[in-house]
Design a protein around this ligand. Structure first.
Ligand code: DX5
Ligand code: ZN
Length: 221
């Protein structure tokens, strides 16, 4: 039986009640906390910075999955390790020396991830896949929660899965943006291992129940 990992995105939490929302996810069947960092340069939005991440990691009792949407991630690798990040994902589009960046992330004891914008071809990962713990396929243009899912993502998942299998890698495929019960099962069927969900979880009437529902419909295949 497949165990699909569910990663609620803290970007959609109520920041006035951050501790409450973190504890709510602690008490749910969610597997990871997805933490989005935006710099206003790589993406047209700002999210939150180090003091807020520190507050999240102080209360969170699950894997911390940090998604950096920033132009120059290298100087911050150590900082996120010290803050308690378990996974650190950088964007392919921001790293000139991606191999070196991934090694630096692993040297700090974290899992190393690469995120791809919707327009970036997964075939570009052929020569780096064996060094990558996680690929985050953006199924919206990064920058905001609550956008609509880009259908082309299914093809990208299938192509990426082929690359992973062909290279004998054990890289996880994470899908980020517009995930809900409308597409979750189909995403897993195409090869997704981790589903990020922001608005669908936090804006639900009962987020704990919503996580359980996502877990149920994606883990029985
Ligand atoms: C978008 C972020 C996502 C976002 C997902 O730039 O990387 O993680 O929070 O939110 P939803 O699930 O609402 O699309
Ligand atoms: Zn994200």
């Amino acid at each position: 039986m497949k165990n699909t990992l569910i990663a609620p995105s803290v970007l959609s939490a109520d920041f006035g009640n951050l501790q409450r929302d973190i504890e709510m996810i602690n008490s749910s069947e969610a597997d990871w906390f997805h933490v989005d960092i935006m710099d206003g340069v790589f993406v047209p939005n700002l999210s939150f910075g180090i003091p807020v991440v520190e507050a999240i990691t102080r209360h969170a009792k699950k894997t911390i999955d940090v998604h950096l949407m920033i132009v120059n991630p290298d100087p911050y690798i150590k900082t996120f390790a010290q803050l308690g990040a378990n996974n650190l994902t950088v964007h392919y589009e921001t790293c000139t020396h991606l191999h070196r960046t991934l090694q630096a992330i692993k040297a700090e004891g974290m899992k190393a991830g690469i995120a791809l914008n919707p327009h970036t071809n997964v075939e570009l990962l052929e020569d780096i896949i064996n060094d990558t713990d996680l690929v985050c396929l953006m199924s919206v243009n990064p920058g905001f929660g609550g956008q609509s899912f880009i259908e082309r993502t299914y093809d990208k998942i299938r192509k990426l899965k082929e690359i992973i299998v062909r290279n004998g890698a054990s890289t996880l495929i994470e899908i980020d943006g517009g995930v809900s019960d409308k597409n979750a099962a189909q995403l897993v069927e195409a090869g997704a291992d981790v589903l990020v969900a922001g608005n669908y979880v936090f804006k639900a009437e009962d987020p704990v129940k919503t996580v359980a529902h996502l877990k149920k419909i994606t883990s029985n295949q």
